[in-house]
Write a protein that binds this ligand. Structure first.
Ligand code: ASP
Length: 449
């Protein structure tokens, strides 16, 4: 059986077993025991294996990608295209969310006692997450701190924007020094990237079990009753995410990348499943990079640049979720947001999506801050915390799929990628053996999964 089928099977079995246990014995001590000593640790080990490689991988692939772009003009052009694509696709997602929440108005019919109960249940948790995140200090310093005082500390604290900044500057410097001086470092980075890729390949072999465990923990302990009470809101978010993926992203893939959306989604299925089960763009990044090279044949210098940036900055699903949630909470509290305020919600959704860390629930603290700044009580977000896990898993799919669409679009616009080449099933005769590009970082053949 192919690996992606095994992962899918792990997902289905884990979800099925978890739901069965939840229906039959949700509060039984043995369920807590299993999650504490078996499935919980197994899922965490898988997740940590992926997180373990993120820092060296981002540093190596991003510096190599930037150095591979050659001169600063190329970098400027590719960087500008990438950022414009990120902003436009994220804004489209946020706007779609707002249209949907305005049409359906899920916040209006919610009984006040449900609202009170949910708030009482989750207010403490909301407050804790907000204060431990430091999100309240968003301001000019947030931007100043993107420049790390100490890159090693930034890496140790997983401050991705700072690490990205350092890696880009490092790559630029490598491109600026004489090439014979840069060569040893480039070779070192290539070898680092290759070794780390090998670790990912090994970790992904554990994915069927890791995914089983992660999903089992969620479904066996999830409060399904809550889902019913917030059903309309949950349906609006999930439908919005599905429409963004199936229509908006697919149209972008078709028109700007020239690739058939069916082929695109089929070639990236490992990424979709990994994003869904880990709920984290950062944890999915290793798989995203591997799949971009192996199944989409995006050249390393483009993938290595666009994908690490995208994992932190490009979050289509998160922006959509944030827009819907702020309006939902406003509706619950009977606050009418003017058109101008709603436009502000779109702008803030895009900005906060850029600032959101690609970790499970990363957007919640920023979402609270954003709600407050348009006059919606931030504590109101507590209402949806109980169902956030399911939404988080789902919104991470368009978050990472959006990065892959960006990589294809940018690679094609640079003349470095031909969509016709990847129309075949990966692994078959017709599928190209290597990316078209031969610059540094593209010299190794990514392993077969
Ligand atoms: N979990 C999301 C991600 O990693 C971030 C969020 O929306 O909370 O992409």
């Amino acid at each position: 059986m192919k690996l992606h089928s095994k992962i899918l099977l792990g997902l289905a079995l884990g979800a099925g077993a978890g739901i069965a246990v939840n229906l039959g014995a949700a509060d039984a001590p043995w369920v807590a025991w299993i999650n504490r000593y078996l499935t919980g640790p197994a899922g965490q080990v898988f997740l940590r294996l992926l997180f373990m490689v993120v820092i060296p991988l981002v540093f190596a692939t991003l510096s190599l990608g930037v150095a591979g772009l050659g001169d600063l003009r190329n970098l400027g052009r590719v960087g500008a295209k990438t950022l414009v694509y990120f902003l436009v696709s994220t804004a489209l997602a946020a706007a779609l969310g707002l249209v949907m929440v305005n049409l359906t108005r899920p916040g209006e019919g919610l009984p006040p006692e449900t609202v009170e109960r949910l708030q009482a249940l989750y207010a403490g948790q909301a407050q804790e997450r907000f204060s431990s995140s430091g999100a309240g200090e968003f301001g000019i310093d947030t931007f100043v701190q993107i420049v790390p005082r100490n890159p090693v500390r930034a890496a140790a604290d997983m401050q991705m924007l700072s690490l990205i900044f350092f890696s880009i500057v490092f790559g630029v410097a490598l491109a600026l020094i004489p090439s014979e001086r840069a060569a040893p470092m480039l070779r070192l980075l290539e070898s680092l990237a290759e070794a780390v890729t090998k670790i990912i390949e090994l970790a992904m072999r554990l994915a069927p079990y890791g995914v089983f465990a992660l999903i089992f923990v969620v479904t066996s302990t999830f409060g399904w009753g809550l889902l019913k009470q917030l059903a309309l809101y949950v349906v609006v978010v999930l439908a919005g995410l599905a429409i963004h993926a199936a229509v908006t992203l697919s149209l972008l893939v078709r028109t700007l990348a020239g690739l058939s959306p069916a082929r695109f989604w089929s070639n990236i299925r490992e990424v979709v499943i990994t994003a869904f089960s880990t709920s984290s763009s950062n944890a999915t990044l290793p798989t995203t990079l591997l799949v971009a090279e192996r199944n989409l044949r995006v050249p390393a210098k483009i993938g290595g640049f666009v994908l690490p940036l995208g994992a932190t900055m490009n979050m289509n699903g998160t922006a959509l979720f944030e827009g819907v949630t702020v309006l939902f909470v406003a509706q619950v509290f009977g606050i009418e947001l003017t058109l101008a305020k709603q436009a502000l919600v779109i702008v803030l959704s895009v900005l906060t999506a850029i600032g959101t860390a690609g970790v499970p629930g990363g957007s919640i603290p920023l979402l609270m801050m954003m709600a407050t700044s348009v006059g919606v009580p931030g504590e109101g977000i507590a209402i949806i915390l109980g169902v956030d896990r399911i939404l988080d898993m789902t919104r991470t799919i368009p978050n990472v799929a959006g990065d892959l669409t960006a990589a294809c679009v940018v690679a094609r616009s640079e003349g470095l990628w031909d969509p016709r080449a990847v129309e075949a099933e990966p692994g078959t005769e017709a599928f190209p053996k290597k990316p078209l590009d031969e610059s540094p970082g593209a010299s190794y053949e990514p392993p077969e999964l």
